[in-house]
Every structure is written in C-alpha cells, then in structure tokens.
Write a protein that binds this ligand. Structure first.
Ligand code: HEM
Length: 486
C-alpha cells in the first residue's frame, strides 16, 4: 500500500466520522469526494463550479458539505450566518483555502500579501498602512479618474468611425487604474496581449486555476505549461522588484513621489518591511485590482449588449448629467444614479470574485446543523445572488432592484465581501468603472460581435466565456446610404 495514499484516506475516514451530522445528501467517491461532480459542470459550456454549488444550496438548504479528496468544506447560504461569520473579526480566512494563491506550483505568488495573509495580527498591521492610501478622495485626485489622466479611457472613447479592432476589446484591455493607484505604474505597461507582462498575468491566472488540480504537477503533458507558469510568476515579481527599487531611490533622493500604496508602505516601515512581503503586495494589487475591475467592465458590456432599453435609459442619464463635457467631476458620479444601479446589478449576476472563506475553529451549530471545528466555510455572493429565496426572478437583469426606494439586500449580496476583510479597493473600483462606463456611453454605441456566448468561465476570478469583442460606433452614427444607381 502506498503510504502517501493511505494517510489522506485515513484522514478522510476520520473527517467523515466527525462530520456525520452535517447535511450530506450527495454521495461522494471514497477517494475523490465530490470532484467528479465538479468535472461534470464542464458538460454545459459557460457553467462554473459555483453553478454546481448553487444547485446544491437550492436543493439541500443553507448548510451543505463538500468533500474534495480528504478535505471537507461547508457552503453557507443563510443571511444570518453571513452576518455572523463575515462581520466578526473572530473568524478569519482559512490558510488551507488561500494556499493556492500564496504559492503556485512552488513559486511564491501572493505570499503574505493583503488578500492571502490569514493571520489576523499580521494582516491588520498591513491593512492599517494601506487604508491611508485608499481613501475615496485620494483615489479620485491621484488617478485622474476624470479622464484627464486616464489616457486609455480617453483613447478608447475618442475612437472615431465605426468598428474597433479585436485588440481593443473590453475584456483583455479594459483600462484599469489599480496598478497606478497602488504603485504609480502606468497601466499602458499592461495593455496589449503581446506585451510580456500582460501575457505573464494571463499564464499565471491559468496556473492558479490549474493548481487546484492536485495531480497537475505530476502529469507529463503539463510540464511545459508548469514551466511557463513559474516563469510568469518570476517575471511579475521581478517587475515588482525593479519598481520598488526605483521608488526607494526616488525617496532617498528626496524627489516628489505619488502618495500611493507603495510610498505608504515604504514610509511606514522605514526599511523594516520584509522585501518579499512587499513584493507579495505588489503582485496582489496588480492582480486583485486589475483583473476584477476589467472583468466587471467586460460583464457589464456583455449584458448591456442585449439590453437596448436599459442602454437607452443610461444614455439619457449620461446626457443629462455630463452632456458633452470631456472631463467628469467627482460630483457627477453621485448623480449617475441609474448607472450605479446597473453596475450593482451586474455585480449581483456576475461577481468577478465570487466570495470568500472563513475558518471555523470550534464545533458550532450553524442553521441547526452541527459543524465540527477546523472546517473551512464558503460564502458566495454568486450563489446567494442567484437564489429566488433572496432575489425575485433572479436570472433577470433588473437594475431597479437597486433603485432608491427598493429594499436593500441584507447579507445576501456582497461582491466586495463584508466586514474586516472586505475589498480595500471597493470605492476605487466603483469610481473607476463608473467613469469608464459613463465615457463609453457618452460617446459610443457598442455591439457584440456575433457568435459570442453569454456564459462564464473561472480563471482565479470569474470572467466572460468569450472575449466580449465589440463593434464600436460614435453615437447616432448611421451607415451611409448606398449610392444611387447610375
Ligand atoms: C470590481 C472590482 C473589484 C471586486 C469585485 C473586488 C472584490 C473583492 C473581494 C470579494 C475581496 C475579498 C476576497 C477574499 O475574501 O478572499 C477583495 C479583497 C481585496 N481587494 Fe478587491 N475587488 C475589486 C477591485 C479591487 C481593486 C481596484 C483593488 C486595488 C486597487 C482591490 C484590492 C483588494 C485587496 C488588496 C483585497 C484584500 C483586502 C483585505 O483582505 O484586507 N480590489 N476584493
């Protein structure tokens, strides 16, 4: 008997015994647990693992147990428990679930950066420093959201004439200011699929997804891919190293530098910051900030391409609030009420980050079910956002759910997570995406290039299944009438 297999099997049996009181209606394979169900999701194109969990939550209630090999986790979908576990600092992230982000195939990726640090004290020390750099007003001023210092947005919305090449499609190239806000990096470094950094991000994200397959690193066919993933992670960290070095030298020379996250960290730590943790955060902000906002934009454009009435209402609002103004003012954002509703509704159906995990340290009764200690709890805004228990007619895209008079969802909608580990870039991302959408709607009409599907895929984050290639035209553009016959 292979002892390497025996240990997980015995551990699996022990856990199975300990968790008998948990809802466990779905039979699972002795060795693989529920993995075969996960693979089945691929039979329907555009479905993600969260769709499998959604079915289970609807069928079996608010506490559902999932087994993968010898590991058990529990999906929780009651608002009371979301409130209890996400709103209290007593419950922290579970390092077992975040190790796939900390290290990918042996290469340090997010390490102990802000997303993947699970120890409360160490996380809190970092967060205090970074919160200062992320206040609402500094994000607006620093990043030139108004469009004055957002060259990609301007470039995109200034496009004249019909049609846009595929390389300008929203998903891959959606402008995002996150790296600039956090590290003063020009986002043009990321644009263009051919650029090495852009490719490294793509390969690395595929690697994060692949690393969930425990057997991947042992499969001979994967060797080349694994090498590329490791090289990509190393490249990302090297770029970070160079960037940090440049900023440190600028600070030492007494030059004026942006008041961003990087400066904040370097100043606060006065050289004591562990260099590797600094790089962890470089990668964290680079990815957490860019991917999520870009996918949010892409999903929104994808959905709006089949909602002409909503687009007409959006255009009317944008015309009224910003007219033909080239640059937006901070106050304009608050007046774009319907656009806010559309973006919220987009995050309900298409949250780029589907949810989060917390570690349950001690045995606890959750919604009437005894859950043993040392169990990861999964909370998903994707699942709860698509349940008719919480949202009427949940698959219909209806921004009026978030209208001024509508009841607010209570602990059933949390695209930026909730409580102490909620997204540090939430306000930043909301402003950024709103500005880009407002400028897009102000000047352009967009149509999805035919043949693309409306499904989702998961690559560390949720993103559209197809690239959301669009044809862009100036608003009000009419095709020239055909020449009269001679
Ligand atoms: C639409 C855009 C965004 C969405 C939907 C989103 C969503 C989320 C979610 C759900 C979490 C919790 C993750 C977890 O519990 O594992 C999170 C955390 C985080 N996000 Fe975002 N995010 C967005 C944009 C941004 C931006 C623009 C930045 C940075 C510039 C950013 C930086 C972070 C960081 C650093 C954390 C970890 C916070 C902590 O634990 O203290 N995010 N985000």
């Amino acid at each position: 008997v292979n002892p390497g297999l025996l240990v997980p099997c015995l551990a699996g049996c022990a856990l199975t015994e300990a968790t008998r009181s948990l809802t466990f209606p779905i039979s699972s394979s002795f060795l693989l647990g529920h993995l075969p169900y996960f693979w089945k999701k691929d039979e329907v194109c555009g479905r993600v693992l969260q769709d499998v969990f959604l079915e289970w939550a609807k069928k079996y209630g608010p506490v559902v147990r999932v087994n993968v090999f010898h590991k058990t986790s529990v999906i929780i979908t009651s608002p009371e428990s979301v409130k209890k576990f996400l709103m209290s600092t007593k419950y922290n992230k579970d390092s077992k679930m975040y190790c796939a982000l900390q290290t990918v195939f042996g290469e340090r990726l997010f390490g102990q950066g802000l997303v993947s640090e699970c120890d409360y004290e160490r996380w809190h020390k970092q967060r205090k420093v970074m919160d200062l750099a992320f206040s609402r007003s500094s994000a607006w001023g620093r990043c030139g959201f108004s469009g004055k210092r957002h060259p990609e947005a301007a470039q995109c919305t200034d496009t004249r004439g019909p049609g846009l090449s595929p390389s300008s499609a929203p998903r891959g190239d959606a402008p995002s200011s996150a790296p600039q806000a956090a590290f003063g990096m020009e986002t043009s470094m990321l644009l263009g699929a051919q650029k090495p950094l852009s490719r490294a991000v793509k390969v690395m994200l595929e690697g994060v997804s692949a690393s969930r397959n425990t057997l991947a690193k042992f499969m001979p066919g994967w060797r080349k891919q694994l090498r590329e993933v490791r090289e990509s992670v190393r490249l990302l960290r090297q770029v970070g190293r160079d960037w940090v070095q440049r900023r440190r030298e600028a600070l030492q020379r007494g030059e004026s530098v942006p008041a961003d996250v990087l400066t904040q960290i370097l100043k606060a730590e006065e050289g004591a910051q562990d260099e590797e943790v600094l790089l962890d955060n470089f990668v964290t902000f680079f990815i957490a900030g860019h991917e999520t906002s870009a996918n949010h934009l892409a999903f929104t454009v994808m959905e709006l391409s089949r909602q002409p009435e909503i687009v007409a209402r959006l255009q009317a609002e944008v015309d009224e609030v910003i007219g033909s103004k080239r640059h937006l003012d901070y106050e304009d954002l608050g007046r774009l009420q319907y656009l806010s509703q559309v973006l919220k509704e987009s995050l309900r159906l298409y949250p780029p980050a589907w949810g989060t995990f917390r570690l349950l340290e001690e045995e606890t009764l959750i919604d009437g079910v005894r859950v043993p200690g040392n169990t990861p709890l999964l909370f998903s805004t994707y699942i709860m956002g698509r349940m008719d228990t919480y949202f009427e007619d949940p698959l219909t895209f209806n921004p009026d759910r978030f209208g001024p008079g509508a009841p607010k969802p209570r602990f059933t909608y949390f695209p930026f997570s909730l409580g102490h580990r909620s997204c540090i870039g939430q306000q930043f991302a909301q402003m950024e995406v709103k500005v880009v959408m407002a400028k897009l709607l102000q000047r352009l009409e967009f149509r999805l290039v035919p043949g693309q599907r409306y499904g989702l895929q998961e690559q560390a984050t949720l993103k559209p299944l197809d690239p959301v290639l669009c044809t862009l035209r100036p608003r009000g553009w009419q095709p020239a009438p055909p020449p009269p016959p001679c």
